[in-house]
Write a protein that binds this ligand. Structure first.
Ligand code: MLT
Length: 343
């Protein structure tokens, strides 16, 4: 959709992980969160450790700090969402920010207002951060290059969903204690999955091995890459081979709303070949984590017994989303540790 990306950094190098909840933190430098492809491992580490501190805040009886008091976070969603939008709203509120939620229906978008006019209006009304979801890949990059506010990509077409990937990394690390050296299998409709793309960057930046598994029609072509880089993952069409020795298995939704016709013989055939069942899960490492970004089609890409089984961390992914999004909002805010403490 756009030719050019805005530079995501100013010229200050990433610094060490933060030391204390919303009151701590190094100098801020990133203005936007558009995808994880340009994140350095140290920066991902900083988000994860900040999220850990935020989880501490959420465990308190009063789950609220005034760190972002006086700031306004707008969620601008041109596509349906439950967990992502609510999770950002809860995160912003837990940090004391004001929140405004806008969806395409019921706004001036219905009267034909362009995306850029909408975001310029939001900025003029005082939005400090715009969390946006759009059906076109690249839309958040365009907005980031045009407005003087922070932009967080909450899903753009098939392209990216960085906050989901960060919460996935956070959930895995909370359970397994590390990311480096893990075997992570992304199973199912990888082709249409923005979650898969962001996870691929996130996990590989942190030293994990990513295996993409699904029918050939639902996997990106082997030569597919981002910015001319080779795709940093292994492609495996056979589930048994993909799952062998896996530490993490993430089932992906069959995204029929994005698929062209003719990619699968039938849903039944797909379930038979690629559905994550208990038998298949047994091929992974004992205790391997079962994940799903939601929303789930139980009985299609994942059996109910697996989705609700002891190895599943799917609900925790949702819970952790709030702490991770608090971390992102805080890190983007540009507040110094002293300002945050005095807030
Ligand atoms: C997304 O917005 O991409 C979701 O979190 C995953 C999905 O829609 O399957």
């Amino acid at each position: 959709m756009i030719e050019q990306r805005p530079a995501p950094y100013t010229d200050v190098a990433p610094s060490a992980a933060v030391s204390a909840a919303a009151g701590g933190g190094p100098g801020r430098r990133r203005r936007h969160v558009l995808d994880l492809d340009d994140y350095a491992p140290a920066e991902i580490e900083e988000v994860l450790s900040t999220a850990e501190a935020m989880r501490g805040i959420l465990a308190r009886p009063i789950k609220k700090v005034p760190t972002l008091r006086g700031r306004t976070v707008v969620t601008l969603f041109y596509e349906a969402s439950t967990r992502t939008r609510v999770s950002f709203e809860m995160a912003a509120k837990a940090l004391g920010a004001d929140t405004v939620n806008i969806s395409a229906s019921g706004s001036s978008v219905e009267k034909g207002e362009s995306l850029l006019d909408t975001v310029r209006t939001l900025r003029a009304l005082g939005a400090d951060t715009v969390v946006m979801r759009h059906k076109s890949a690249g839309a958040p990059y365009l907005v980031a290059s045009e407005i003087n506010a922070s932009v967080i990509n909450a899903g753009d077409g098939w392209h990216a969903h960085p906050s989901q990937a960060l919460l996935d990394l956070f959930t895995v690390r909370s359970h397994l204690g590390r990311l480096d050296g893990l075997k992570v299998v992304l199973l199912g409709d990888v082709l249409h999955s923005r979650v898969a793309r962001s996870n691929l960057w996130g996990f590989t930046h942190m030293g994990a091995q990513v295996v993409l598994c699904g029918p050939p029609t639902l996997l990106p072509p082997a030569s597919f890459g981002c910015d001319g880089l080779p795709w940093p993952a292994t492609v495996e069409y056979r589930v048994d081979r993909a799952l062998e020795g896996a530490d993490v298995v993430m089932a992906l939704r069959l995204q029929t709303e994005r698929q062209a016709a003719g990619l699968l013989p039938s849903v039944r055939e797909y379930v038979h070949q690629y559905g994550l069942t208990e038998e298949r899960l047994a091929m992974a490492k004992p205790g391997a984590l079962v994940m799903h970004p939601g929303p789930m089609n139980e009985g299609i890409e994942i059996d109910t017994a697996v989705a609700r089984g002891v190895q599943s961390v799917i609900e925790e992914q949702v819970t952790n989303g709030v702490a991770v999004r608090m971390a992102l909002l805080y890190l983007l805010s540009g507040l110094s540790a002293d300002q945050a403490r005095g807030a």
